[in-house]
Design a protein around this ligand. Sequence first.
Ligand SMILES: [Zn+2]
Length: 304
Amino acid sequence: MKRVIVLATLLMAGALSLVVTASQAAAPKVVEVEKLRDNLFMLKGGGGNTAVFVGTTGVVVVDTKLPDWGRPVLEAIRNLTPKPVTTIINTHTHGDHVSGNVEFPATVDVIVHENTAANMQEMRASTQTAPSGQPPNIFKANNGRGMPTKTFKDRMTIGTGADRIDLYYFGRGHTNGDAWVVFPALRAMHAGDIFSGKNIPGLDAVNGGSGLAIADSLTKAADTVKNIDTIITGHSTTMTVADLREYAQFNRDFANDVRTAKAAGKSAEEVAKVWKVPAKYAGYATPIPVRLLQNVQVVFDELK
Ligand SMILES: [Zn+2]
């Protein structure tokens, strides 16, 4: 009798966990739309921040979020404009910025940095996601749909006048293919995850990221791109160029702290255990220990 009850309880627990899994899968995908200009919007939720730029004849989308978020993004765009999406720009290779590509019409142009195009062929697990294993390659699963159709190396301009968009590459940081997407007429740009927010960056060495180069890349962006009032970050609120300069210094200080500690004979674990966000960086997030150790290790490996 007792065994039967236990078995029934186990079955019920199983059924309950199935229900939970199903309801999670069906959880509504809510895209939060923030209007930055009359024709520029930031779409939050479902991974990295998406920018929607409504041009004279069509829409340019920067980053397309996690798998199954492409359609919700398209629906949100339909509420903003009847114009068709003509172009996707991906700031870098990560799955929370590119996966929605496969849900857009196959005619849409996809523009990325040339190193990101190479990374998207592989869609390797990043330094940060590697512990949970290699994810399936969403582009291979969709017969190559959503893959890049155009690439750039240092700079590219698309459109003219009010429609103009400038793409820049300022060197390694989060990955080796971090594109900066500038809307000159709107004094705005999307930085992607090389400036994800006021937090330690994800230094994805698997995809060419660098803890020694990131500060210089950030500074180069702040020095080169003029007349910017609004920076769309990878995962946070919008920021200013002053915030960008502060973030460059934050990363320079981190690399220097690690370099100094390594030279003094400390191990990566020892450095990660004691490193704290310096007090002058008010409002910066306290790093998750595992992420901090990953970043220290990336810098250690680069200093070898
Ligand atoms: Zn990323």
